[in-house]
Design a protein around this ligand. Structure first.
Ligand code: C2E
Ligand code: CA
Ligand code: CA
Length: 452
Protein backbone atom coordinates (compact mmCIF):
# COMPACT_ATOMS: atom_id res chain seq x y z
CA UNK A 1 0.00 0.00 0.00
CA UNK A 2 2.68 2.45 1.07
CA UNK A 3 4.79 1.33 -1.90
CA UNK A 4 1.91 2.00 -4.28
CA UNK A 5 1.52 5.55 -3.14
CA UNK A 6 5.22 6.23 -3.42
CA UNK A 7 5.56 4.91 -6.98
CA UNK A 8 2.59 6.92 -8.01
CA UNK A 9 4.04 10.08 -6.57
CA UNK A 10 7.20 9.53 -8.61
CA UNK A 11 5.46 9.66 -11.93
CA UNK A 12 4.16 13.04 -12.87
CA UNK A 13 0.86 12.94 -14.69
CA UNK A 14 -0.23 9.52 -13.57
CA UNK A 15 -0.48 10.51 -9.96
CA UNK A 16 -4.04 11.68 -10.16
CA UNK A 17 -5.41 8.68 -12.08
CA UNK A 18 -3.84 6.07 -9.83
CA UNK A 19 -4.74 7.92 -6.68
CA UNK A 20 -8.34 8.19 -7.93
CA UNK A 21 -8.43 4.49 -8.78
CA UNK A 22 -7.16 3.63 -5.29
CA UNK A 23 -9.75 5.89 -3.70
CA UNK A 24 -12.54 4.37 -5.78
CA UNK A 25 -11.46 0.87 -4.81
CA UNK A 26 -11.46 1.85 -1.17
CA UNK A 27 -14.92 3.33 -1.46
CA UNK A 28 -16.46 0.36 -3.24
CA UNK A 29 -14.92 -1.98 -0.65
CA UNK A 30 -16.30 0.08 2.16
CA UNK A 31 -19.79 0.09 0.58
CA UNK A 32 -19.74 -3.71 0.47
CA UNK A 33 -18.56 -3.86 4.04
CA UNK A 34 -21.30 -1.51 5.19
CA UNK A 35 -23.94 -3.69 3.47
CA UNK A 36 -22.69 -6.76 5.34
CA UNK A 37 -22.93 -5.06 8.71
CA UNK A 38 -26.31 -3.57 7.90
CA UNK A 39 -27.68 -7.07 7.40
CA UNK A 40 -26.81 -7.90 11.02
CA UNK A 41 -29.67 -7.61 13.54
CA UNK A 42 -30.09 -4.80 16.08
CA UNK A 43 -28.23 -1.51 16.48
CA UNK A 44 -24.53 -2.28 16.33
CA UNK A 45 -21.46 -0.17 16.97
CA UNK A 46 -17.82 -1.17 17.12
CA UNK A 47 -15.67 0.72 19.62
CA UNK A 48 -11.88 0.82 19.50
CA UNK A 49 -9.64 0.12 22.48
CA UNK A 50 -10.14 3.68 23.75
CA UNK A 51 -13.92 3.47 23.46
CA UNK A 52 -14.24 5.59 20.29
CA UNK A 53 -16.97 4.57 17.86
CA UNK A 54 -15.21 3.38 14.70
CA UNK A 55 -18.12 1.78 12.92
CA UNK A 56 -21.93 1.71 13.15
CA UNK A 57 -24.60 -0.05 11.11
CA UNK A 58 -27.65 1.56 9.53
CA UNK A 59 -29.96 0.50 12.36
CA UNK A 60 -27.64 2.25 14.84
CA UNK A 61 -27.59 5.37 12.68
CA UNK A 62 -31.40 5.55 12.62
CA UNK A 63 -31.56 4.85 16.34
CA UNK A 64 -29.08 7.68 16.96
CA UNK A 65 -31.10 10.05 14.75
CA UNK A 66 -34.32 9.29 16.62
CA UNK A 67 -32.59 9.78 19.96
CA UNK A 68 -30.55 12.78 19.07
CA UNK A 69 -31.96 14.94 21.87
CA UNK A 70 -31.25 12.42 24.59
CA UNK A 71 -28.06 11.01 23.10
CA UNK A 72 -26.06 13.45 20.97
CA UNK A 73 -22.88 11.36 21.11
CA UNK A 74 -23.73 8.40 18.94
CA UNK A 75 -21.71 9.17 15.79
CA UNK A 76 -18.56 7.59 14.40
CA UNK A 77 -15.50 9.28 15.89
CA UNK A 78 -17.23 10.07 19.19
CA UNK A 79 -15.83 8.51 22.36
CA UNK A 80 -18.76 6.43 23.58
CA UNK A 81 -17.21 5.82 26.99
CA UNK A 82 -16.85 9.56 27.54
CA UNK A 83 -20.48 10.06 26.47
CA UNK A 84 -21.65 7.40 28.96
CA UNK A 85 -19.50 8.73 31.74
CA UNK A 86 -20.67 12.32 31.28
CA UNK A 87 -24.35 11.68 30.50
CA UNK A 88 -26.58 14.26 32.19
CA UNK A 89 -30.14 13.92 33.52
CA UNK A 90 -32.41 10.96 34.20
CA UNK A 91 -30.42 8.21 32.52
CA UNK A 92 -27.08 9.25 34.03
CA UNK A 93 -26.89 6.38 36.53
CA UNK A 94 -27.57 3.77 33.88
CA UNK A 95 -25.16 5.43 31.46
CA UNK A 96 -22.46 5.28 34.12
CA UNK A 97 -23.13 1.56 34.58
CA UNK A 98 -22.90 1.06 30.82
CA UNK A 99 -19.59 2.97 30.70
CA UNK A 100 -18.15 0.88 33.55
CA UNK A 101 -19.45 -2.35 31.97
CA UNK A 102 -17.92 -1.61 28.57
CA UNK A 103 -14.67 -0.60 30.23
CA UNK A 104 -14.49 -3.90 32.13
CA UNK A 105 -14.91 -5.83 28.85
CA UNK A 106 -12.31 -3.64 27.13
CA UNK A 107 -9.85 -4.20 29.95
CA UNK A 108 -10.42 -7.96 29.83
CA UNK A 109 -11.94 -8.06 33.35
CA UNK A 110 -15.29 -9.36 32.06
CA UNK A 111 -16.24 -11.65 29.19
CA UNK A 112 -19.40 -9.70 28.44
CA UNK A 113 -21.68 -7.04 29.84
CA UNK A 114 -25.46 -6.77 29.52
CA UNK A 115 -28.04 -4.35 30.85
CA UNK A 116 -31.70 -3.65 30.17
CA UNK A 117 -32.75 -0.03 30.01
CA UNK A 118 -35.76 2.10 29.13
CA UNK A 119 -35.52 4.73 26.41
CA UNK A 120 -38.79 6.56 26.03
CA UNK A 121 -40.09 8.67 23.18
CA UNK A 122 -42.85 11.17 24.08
CA UNK A 123 -45.58 8.90 22.71
CA UNK A 124 -43.95 5.53 23.09
CA UNK A 125 -42.33 3.51 25.80
CA UNK A 126 -39.37 1.36 24.72
CA UNK A 127 -36.89 -0.97 26.35
CA UNK A 128 -33.54 -2.12 25.08
CA UNK A 129 -31.07 -4.80 26.00
CA UNK A 130 -27.51 -3.53 25.65
CA UNK A 131 -24.75 -6.11 25.32
CA UNK A 132 -21.03 -5.43 25.06
CA UNK A 133 -18.69 -8.22 23.94
CA UNK A 134 -15.02 -8.23 22.94
CA UNK A 135 -14.25 -7.57 19.29
CA UNK A 136 -11.85 -10.49 19.17
CA UNK A 137 -10.03 -12.90 21.46
CA UNK A 138 -7.09 -10.54 21.73
CA UNK A 139 -7.59 -8.38 24.81
CA UNK A 140 -8.08 -4.64 24.49
CA UNK A 141 -8.76 -4.81 20.77
CA UNK A 142 -12.14 -3.18 20.99
CA UNK A 143 -15.73 -4.01 21.80
CA UNK A 144 -18.99 -4.64 19.95
CA UNK A 145 -21.98 -2.84 21.44
CA UNK A 146 -25.44 -4.11 20.48
CA UNK A 147 -28.76 -2.56 21.47
CA UNK A 148 -31.64 -5.00 20.89
CA UNK A 149 -35.20 -3.72 21.18
CA UNK A 150 -36.95 -5.75 23.90
CA UNK A 151 -40.02 -3.54 24.21
CA UNK A 152 -42.30 -6.34 23.09
CA UNK A 153 -41.02 -8.63 25.77
CA UNK A 154 -41.28 -5.95 28.39
CA UNK A 155 -44.85 -5.18 27.41
CA UNK A 156 -45.73 -8.78 27.93
CA UNK A 157 -46.63 -9.55 24.33
CA UNK A 158 -45.15 -12.63 22.74
CA UNK A 159 -43.45 -12.88 26.06
CA UNK A 160 -42.17 -16.41 26.05
CA UNK A 161 -41.01 -16.43 22.43
CA UNK A 162 -38.96 -13.28 22.82
CA UNK A 163 -37.69 -14.27 26.21
CA UNK A 164 -36.22 -17.36 24.59
CA UNK A 165 -34.75 -15.42 21.69
CA UNK A 166 -33.15 -12.88 23.96
CA UNK A 167 -31.79 -15.54 26.27
CA UNK A 168 -30.05 -16.91 23.18
CA UNK A 169 -28.44 -13.54 22.52
CA UNK A 170 -27.18 -13.37 26.07
CA UNK A 171 -25.82 -16.91 26.05
CA UNK A 172 -24.13 -16.49 22.70
CA UNK A 173 -22.76 -13.00 22.56
CA UNK A 174 -22.24 -11.61 19.11
CA UNK A 175 -18.69 -12.34 18.06
CA UNK A 176 -17.58 -10.85 14.80
CA UNK A 177 -15.79 -13.25 12.51
CA UNK A 178 -12.49 -12.45 10.81
CA UNK A 179 -14.13 -11.02 7.72
CA UNK A 180 -16.23 -8.59 9.69
CA UNK A 181 -13.26 -7.78 11.87
CA UNK A 182 -11.29 -6.76 8.83
CA UNK A 183 -14.27 -4.73 7.70
CA UNK A 184 -14.40 -2.99 11.03
CA UNK A 185 -10.71 -2.18 11.11
CA UNK A 186 -10.77 -1.03 7.47
CA UNK A 187 -13.78 1.16 8.08
CA UNK A 188 -12.12 2.55 11.19
CA UNK A 189 -9.00 3.40 9.18
CA UNK A 190 -11.03 5.06 6.45
CA UNK A 191 -12.76 7.22 9.03
CA UNK A 192 -9.45 8.11 10.63
CA UNK A 193 -7.88 8.89 7.27
CA UNK A 194 -10.72 11.31 6.45
CA UNK A 195 -10.39 12.89 9.88
CA UNK A 196 -6.62 13.26 9.49
CA UNK A 197 -7.00 15.00 6.13
CA UNK A 198 -9.46 17.41 7.75
CA UNK A 199 -7.13 17.87 10.70
CA UNK A 200 -4.36 18.92 8.30
CA UNK A 201 -6.69 21.41 6.58
CA UNK A 202 -7.87 22.74 9.94
CA UNK A 203 -4.30 23.06 11.26
CA UNK A 204 -5.00 20.77 14.20
CA UNK A 205 -1.47 19.32 14.41
CA UNK A 206 0.87 20.72 17.04
CA UNK A 207 4.50 20.17 17.99
CA UNK A 208 5.40 19.51 21.60
CA UNK A 209 8.97 20.08 22.73
CA UNK A 210 11.09 17.94 25.03
CA UNK A 211 14.46 19.18 26.38
CA UNK A 212 17.84 17.43 26.20
CA UNK A 213 20.50 18.36 28.73
CA UNK A 214 24.25 17.88 29.03
CA UNK A 215 24.97 15.39 31.82
CA UNK A 216 28.18 17.04 33.00
CA UNK A 217 27.00 20.67 33.07
CA UNK A 218 23.23 20.16 33.44
CA UNK A 219 22.79 22.77 30.70
CA UNK A 220 20.08 22.60 28.05
CA UNK A 221 21.68 21.46 24.79
CA UNK A 222 18.81 20.75 22.45
CA UNK A 223 15.17 19.87 22.07
CA UNK A 224 13.11 17.25 20.25
CA UNK A 225 9.90 18.13 18.43
CA UNK A 226 7.17 15.50 18.90
CA UNK A 227 3.98 15.79 16.93
CA UNK A 228 0.46 15.49 18.39
CA UNK A 229 -2.98 15.81 16.88
CA UNK A 230 -5.12 18.24 18.85
CA UNK A 231 -8.47 16.62 18.02
CA UNK A 232 -11.16 19.14 19.08
CA UNK A 233 -13.50 16.25 20.02
CA UNK A 234 -11.18 14.12 22.12
CA UNK A 235 -8.09 16.21 22.88
CA UNK A 236 -4.45 15.34 22.21
CA UNK A 237 -3.85 12.20 20.17
CA UNK A 238 -0.33 10.64 20.40
CA UNK A 239 1.66 9.98 17.18
CA UNK A 240 1.54 6.18 17.54
CA UNK A 241 -2.20 6.40 16.86
CA UNK A 242 -1.94 8.27 13.54
CA UNK A 243 1.59 8.10 12.04
CA UNK A 244 1.14 4.50 10.76
CA UNK A 245 -2.07 5.49 8.95
CA UNK A 246 -0.39 8.58 7.51
CA UNK A 247 2.41 6.37 6.22
CA UNK A 248 -0.12 4.02 4.66
CA UNK A 249 -2.00 6.81 2.93
CA UNK A 250 0.93 9.03 1.95
CA UNK A 251 -0.30 11.88 4.20
CA UNK A 252 3.03 11.62 6.07
CA UNK A 253 4.76 13.64 3.33
CA UNK A 254 2.57 16.68 3.92
CA UNK A 255 2.55 16.36 7.68
CA UNK A 256 6.31 15.68 7.81
CA UNK A 257 6.93 18.78 5.71
CA UNK A 258 4.67 20.77 8.04
CA UNK A 259 6.55 19.53 11.15
CA UNK A 260 9.94 20.45 9.70
CA UNK A 261 8.77 23.93 8.64
CA UNK A 262 7.05 24.54 11.98
CA UNK A 263 10.21 23.60 13.93
CA UNK A 264 12.32 25.88 11.73
CA UNK A 265 9.83 28.73 12.20
CA UNK A 266 9.78 28.25 16.00
CA UNK A 267 13.59 28.27 16.07
CA UNK A 268 13.63 31.52 14.09
CA UNK A 269 11.00 33.00 16.46
CA UNK A 270 13.06 32.03 19.53
CA UNK A 271 16.13 33.65 18.01
CA UNK A 272 14.47 36.91 17.10
CA UNK A 273 12.83 37.05 20.56
CA UNK A 274 16.30 36.87 22.12
CA UNK A 275 15.65 33.45 23.66
CA UNK A 276 18.38 30.82 23.93
CA UNK A 277 17.59 29.02 20.68
CA UNK A 278 18.94 25.52 20.34
CA UNK A 279 18.83 22.87 17.65
CA UNK A 280 15.46 21.21 17.25
CA UNK A 281 15.37 17.49 16.45
CA UNK A 282 12.62 16.61 13.99
CA UNK A 283 11.62 12.98 13.41
CA UNK A 284 11.69 11.74 9.84
CA UNK A 285 9.65 8.81 8.58
CA UNK A 286 11.06 6.08 6.33
CA UNK A 287 8.75 7.16 3.54
CA UNK A 288 9.97 10.76 3.61
CA UNK A 289 13.61 9.65 3.47
CA UNK A 290 12.98 7.50 0.42
CA UNK A 291 11.07 10.20 -1.43
CA UNK A 292 13.14 11.66 -4.29
CA UNK A 293 11.99 15.21 -3.48
CA UNK A 294 13.05 15.07 0.18
CA UNK A 295 16.43 16.78 -0.18
CA UNK A 296 14.89 19.64 -2.15
CA UNK A 297 12.23 19.94 0.52
CA UNK A 298 14.82 20.35 3.29
CA UNK A 299 16.78 22.84 1.23
CA UNK A 300 13.62 24.90 0.60
CA UNK A 301 12.58 24.78 4.24
CA UNK A 302 15.93 26.02 5.55
CA UNK A 303 16.12 28.60 2.76
CA UNK A 304 14.15 31.08 4.90
CA UNK A 305 17.31 32.44 6.52
CA UNK A 306 21.01 31.75 6.93
CA UNK A 307 20.67 30.61 10.57
CA UNK A 308 17.99 28.01 9.86
CA UNK A 309 20.29 25.00 9.19
CA UNK A 310 21.95 25.49 12.59
CA UNK A 311 18.52 25.11 14.18
CA UNK A 312 17.67 21.76 12.64
CA UNK A 313 18.59 18.14 13.36
CA UNK A 314 16.84 15.26 11.60
CA UNK A 315 16.22 12.14 13.69
CA UNK A 316 16.29 9.05 11.53
CA UNK A 317 15.83 5.53 12.90
CA UNK A 318 18.73 3.13 12.72
CA UNK A 319 16.70 0.39 11.01
CA UNK A 320 15.75 2.80 8.23
CA UNK A 321 19.34 3.83 7.53
CA UNK A 322 20.52 0.22 7.52
CA UNK A 323 17.84 -0.89 5.07
CA UNK A 324 19.69 0.73 2.16
CA UNK A 325 23.06 1.86 3.42
CA UNK A 326 24.51 3.15 0.14
CA UNK A 327 21.50 5.30 -0.63
CA UNK A 328 21.39 6.46 3.01
CA UNK A 329 25.04 7.54 3.02
CA UNK A 330 24.52 9.65 -0.10
CA UNK A 331 21.36 11.30 1.29
CA UNK A 332 22.88 11.91 4.72
CA UNK A 333 25.95 13.48 3.15
CA UNK A 334 23.78 15.84 1.12
CA UNK A 335 21.76 16.80 4.22
CA UNK A 336 24.86 17.49 6.29
CA UNK A 337 26.37 19.51 3.47
CA UNK A 338 23.43 21.89 3.99
CA UNK A 339 24.52 22.39 7.63
CA UNK A 340 21.71 20.29 9.08
CA UNK A 341 22.66 17.76 11.79
CA UNK A 342 21.66 14.08 11.75
CA UNK A 343 20.87 11.87 14.73
CA UNK A 344 20.41 8.11 14.56
CA UNK A 345 17.26 7.41 16.57
CA UNK A 346 16.51 4.23 18.57
CA UNK A 347 20.17 3.23 18.31
CA UNK A 348 20.92 -0.34 19.36
CA UNK A 349 17.72 -1.82 17.94
CA UNK A 350 18.67 -1.95 14.27
CA UNK A 351 21.67 -4.29 14.00
CA UNK A 352 24.13 -1.81 12.50
CA UNK A 353 27.20 -3.24 10.99
CA UNK A 354 30.22 -1.60 12.61
CA UNK A 355 32.01 -1.07 9.32
CA UNK A 356 29.02 0.85 7.94
CA UNK A 357 28.50 2.80 11.11
CA UNK A 358 32.00 4.22 10.84
CA UNK A 359 31.18 5.53 7.37
CA UNK A 360 27.83 7.07 8.23
CA UNK A 361 27.86 10.86 8.06
CA UNK A 362 25.96 11.52 11.30
CA UNK A 363 26.44 13.70 14.39
CA UNK A 364 24.58 11.93 17.19
CA UNK A 365 23.54 8.48 18.38
CA UNK A 366 20.41 8.23 20.52
CA UNK A 367 20.47 5.20 22.85
CA UNK A 368 17.07 3.53 22.73
CA UNK A 369 14.91 3.81 25.85
CA UNK A 370 14.73 0.02 26.23
CA UNK A 371 18.44 -0.13 27.19
CA UNK A 372 18.03 2.71 29.67
CA UNK A 373 15.14 0.79 31.29
CA UNK A 374 17.23 -2.42 31.36
CA UNK A 375 20.11 -0.66 33.15
CA UNK A 376 18.18 -0.50 36.42
CA UNK A 377 16.12 -3.66 35.89
CA UNK A 378 18.07 -5.86 38.27
CA UNK A 379 20.36 -8.85 37.79
CA UNK A 380 20.76 -10.12 34.21
CA UNK A 381 18.79 -7.45 32.37
CA UNK A 382 20.59 -4.78 34.40
CA UNK A 383 24.01 -6.11 33.52
CA UNK A 384 22.99 -6.42 29.88
CA UNK A 385 21.56 -2.88 29.81
CA UNK A 386 24.73 -1.45 31.37
CA UNK A 387 26.96 -3.40 28.97
CA UNK A 388 25.00 -2.23 25.94
CA UNK A 389 24.76 1.40 27.03
CA UNK A 390 28.44 1.43 27.88
CA UNK A 391 29.29 -0.19 24.52
CA UNK A 392 27.25 2.39 22.62
CA UNK A 393 28.85 5.34 24.47
CA UNK A 394 32.36 3.99 23.82
CA UNK A 395 31.56 3.35 20.18
CA UNK A 396 30.03 6.80 19.72
CA UNK A 397 33.03 8.51 21.29
CA UNK A 398 35.49 6.45 19.22
CA UNK A 399 33.64 7.69 16.13
CA UNK A 400 33.58 11.25 17.56
CA UNK A 401 29.80 11.26 17.82
CA UNK A 402 27.62 12.87 20.43
CA UNK A 403 25.55 10.36 22.42
CA UNK A 404 22.11 10.98 23.95
CA UNK A 405 20.22 8.55 26.18
CA UNK A 406 16.45 8.56 25.63
CA UNK A 407 13.66 8.02 28.13
CA UNK A 408 15.63 8.75 31.31
CA UNK A 409 13.10 8.75 34.13
CA UNK A 410 15.08 8.32 37.35
CA UNK A 411 18.05 9.85 39.15
CA UNK A 412 19.57 6.38 39.28
CA UNK A 413 19.51 6.03 35.48
CA UNK A 414 20.98 9.51 35.14
CA UNK A 415 23.75 8.68 37.64
CA UNK A 416 24.65 5.44 35.85
CA UNK A 417 24.74 7.20 32.48
CA UNK A 418 27.07 9.83 33.95
CA UNK A 419 29.45 7.09 35.11
CA UNK A 420 29.42 5.78 31.51
CA UNK A 421 30.31 9.30 30.23
CA UNK A 422 27.14 9.58 28.20
CA UNK A 423 26.98 13.17 26.86
CA UNK A 424 23.30 14.05 27.09
CA UNK A 425 20.02 12.76 28.46
CA UNK A 426 16.40 13.25 27.48
CA UNK A 427 13.39 11.98 29.39
CA UNK A 428 10.69 12.64 31.96
CA UNK A 429 13.37 13.23 34.63
CA UNK A 430 14.28 16.48 32.85
CA UNK A 431 10.89 17.23 31.37
CA UNK A 432 7.98 15.73 29.45
CA UNK A 433 7.18 17.02 25.96
CA UNK A 434 5.17 20.26 26.37
CA UNK A 435 3.57 22.82 24.01
CA UNK A 436 5.90 25.45 22.54
CA UNK A 437 4.74 28.31 24.81
CA UNK A 438 5.21 26.22 27.96
CA UNK A 439 8.64 25.09 26.75
CA UNK A 440 9.64 28.69 26.11
CA UNK A 441 8.72 29.92 29.58
CA UNK A 442 10.05 26.85 31.38
CA UNK A 443 13.33 26.23 29.53
CA UNK A 444 14.34 29.10 27.26
CA UNK A 445 15.70 31.79 29.52
CA UNK A 446 16.00 35.14 27.83
CA UNK A 447 19.63 35.96 27.06
CA UNK A 448 21.23 38.68 29.18
CA UNK A 449 20.20 42.08 27.92
CA UNK A 450 23.18 43.86 26.34
CA UNK A 451 24.95 46.28 28.72
CA UNK A 452 23.78 49.84 28.29
P1 C2E B 1 10.79 8.72 19.40
O1 C2E B 1 11.38 9.56 18.33
O2 C2E B 1 11.64 7.59 19.89
O3 C2E B 1 10.38 9.72 20.56
C1 C2E B 1 10.53 9.45 21.92
C2 C2E B 1 9.21 9.04 22.53
O4 C2E B 1 9.43 8.70 23.88
C3 C2E B 1 8.18 10.16 22.55
O5 C2E B 1 6.89 9.57 22.45
C4 C2E B 1 8.38 10.77 23.92
O6 C2E B 1 7.24 11.46 24.39
C5 C2E B 1 8.63 9.52 24.72
N1 C2E B 1 9.43 9.78 25.92
C6 C2E B 1 10.39 10.71 26.11
N2 C2E B 1 10.92 10.63 27.33
C7 C2E B 1 10.30 9.61 27.95
C8 C2E B 1 10.41 9.00 29.25
O7 C2E B 1 11.20 9.42 30.11
N3 C2E B 1 9.59 7.94 29.52
C9 C2E B 1 8.71 7.48 28.59
N4 C2E B 1 7.93 6.44 28.93
N5 C2E B 1 8.57 8.01 27.37
C10 C2E B 1 9.37 9.06 27.04
P2 C2E B 1 5.79 10.18 21.50
O8 C2E B 1 5.81 11.67 21.56
O9 C2E B 1 4.51 9.48 21.78
O10 C2E B 1 6.33 9.80 20.06
C11 C2E B 1 6.37 8.45 19.66
C12 C2E B 1 7.07 8.30 18.34
O11 C2E B 1 6.33 8.93 17.30
C13 C2E B 1 8.45 8.96 18.29
O12 C2E B 1 9.38 8.10 18.91
C14 C2E B 1 8.65 9.11 16.80
O13 C2E B 1 9.12 7.90 16.24
C15 C2E B 1 7.24 9.33 16.30
N6 C2E B 1 7.06 10.77 16.00
C16 C2E B 1 6.82 11.80 16.84
N7 C2E B 1 6.73 12.97 16.17
C17 C2E B 1 6.94 12.67 14.84
C18 C2E B 1 6.98 13.44 13.63
O14 C2E B 1 6.85 14.68 13.61
N8 C2E B 1 7.21 12.75 12.46
C19 C2E B 1 7.40 11.39 12.45
N9 C2E B 1 7.63 10.78 11.26
N10 C2E B 1 7.36 10.64 13.56
C20 C2E B 1 7.14 11.26 14.75
CA1 CA C 1 13.09 10.73 17.97
CA1 CA D 1 13.76 7.21 19.88
Amino acid sequence: MAGEVETVADRQGRTFMLRRAQDRLRHSESAMQAATLNALPAHIAVLDAQGCIVLVNEAWRQFAASNVLQAPGYAVGVNYLAVCERAPGDGADEALKVGAGIRSVLEGNAQAFAIEYACDLPAEQRWFLLTATPLSDAPACGVVVVHANITQRKLGEEARLLEKAMAGVQEQPLRLNDGVLRIASRAGKLTLETQLRQALDNEEFVLHYQPKVNLASGKLTGVEALIRWNDPRTGLVPPARFIPIMEETGLIHEVGRWAMRKAIADHQRWRTAGLAAMRIGVNVSALQMRHPGFLAEISQAIGIDAHAPAGLELEITESLIMRDVKHSIASLQAIRAMGVHIAIDDFGTGFSSLSYLARLPVDTLKIDRSFVIDMTAGMTAGARGMALASGIVTLAHALRLNVVAEGVETEEQSRLLRTLSCDEIQGYLIGKPVPADVFETRFLARKEAPAR
